[in-house]
Design a protein. Structure first.
Length: 274
């Protein structure tokens, strides 16, 4: 057992706090449009200034994902990408030189199908720093928290504006950071957020000493800058996945592949300089 991967994410947040900066946390669907391109995109995201990376496991029946990520999952599933493939991709990215902390974003059923013993052994072996399971309620998470702690992987909870009196319970067993959901409903780009989102984030901050990140719907540099004033991290998912979808025709041809990758890099880079 090792805590090396946990330390990787903790060190990022400590470093950024000392520099008075906020973590940019992109999300991508592993295998969209294919595994080789996913590895290339990881390199581009790191070059663009990503601090931590969420690796989405493609899933056929998502609960929290909007249409953009659903389409990305469908493309990845056609390539037979599964949970183990995603962990292998993280390790390949690390072997290729990436220093980003990786967070695995997976629904519970693929984990259950793999078997908890195998899953947690593989998490650490493949250098995964964190784990998000959006359909695992806190009331049923004790076993996953225990196992995560044993292998030094952060189990990161989602907290919604409607969590209210459950916030303290949700954050009490967390590690890594707290993921605040900015809006109700599924993921997707938005021009507005929950009316009391700032007060909600403040209530989460009062309940924990862990870093607090916000996601769901954030898609522009201006929105990143807004939430960077009150959070330790900002997650951008659907907007990046949509950009990848837009440039697939470029990525599919050797002559234009680099242009497609450059467009993804520039899109993410501008999120840090509104």
């Amino acid at each position: 057992m090792t805590t090396q991967t946990t330390n990787r994410m903790d060190l990022v947040f400590r470093k950024l706090k000392a520099e008075n900066r906020t973590a940019l946390i992109p999300f991508l669907t592993v295998g969209d449009p294919d595994l080789e391109t996913t590895l290339a995109i990881i390199t581009e995201l790191e070059t663009a200034g990503a601090d931590i990376l969420e690796l989405g496991v493609p899933y056929s029946d998502p609960l929290a994902d909007g249409p953009v990520i659903q389409r990305a999952s469908a493309r990845a599933l056609r390539g037979e990408v599964h949970l183990r493939t995603c962990m292998e991709t993280a390790l390949k990215a690390r072997e290729a030189g990436s220093s980003l902390p990786f967070i695995l974003f997976s629904y519970y059923n693929p984990i259950l199908q793999m078997g908890l013993d195998t899953f947690f052994a593989d998490l650490n072996k493949h250098e995964i720093s964190g784990l998000i399971i959006p359909d695992l309620p806190v009331e049923e998470s004790a076993e996953m928290r225990r196992r995560s702690d044993e292998v030094g992987v952060n189990l990161i909870p989602l907290v919604a504006p409607t969590s209210s009196e459950r916030i303290a319970k949700i954050v009490s067993g967390a590690s890594g950071f707290i993921y605040c959901v900015s809006s109700l409903g599924v993921t997707g780009e938005r021009s507005s957020f929950h009316a009391d989102v700032e007060a909600f984030i403040d209530s989460v901050r009062q309940a924990t000493d862990l870093p607090v990140a916000v996601g769901f719907g954030i898609s522009t540099g201006e929105q990143v800058a807004r939430f960077a004033q009150i959070c330790d991290g900002v997650v951008v998912g659907s907007a990046i996945v949509r950009k990848i979808e837009e440039v697939i025709p470029l990525l599919d041809h050797p002559a234009t592949r680099n242009e497609g990758l450059l467009q993804i890099r520039e899109f993410v880079a501008q999120l840090k300089r509104p």
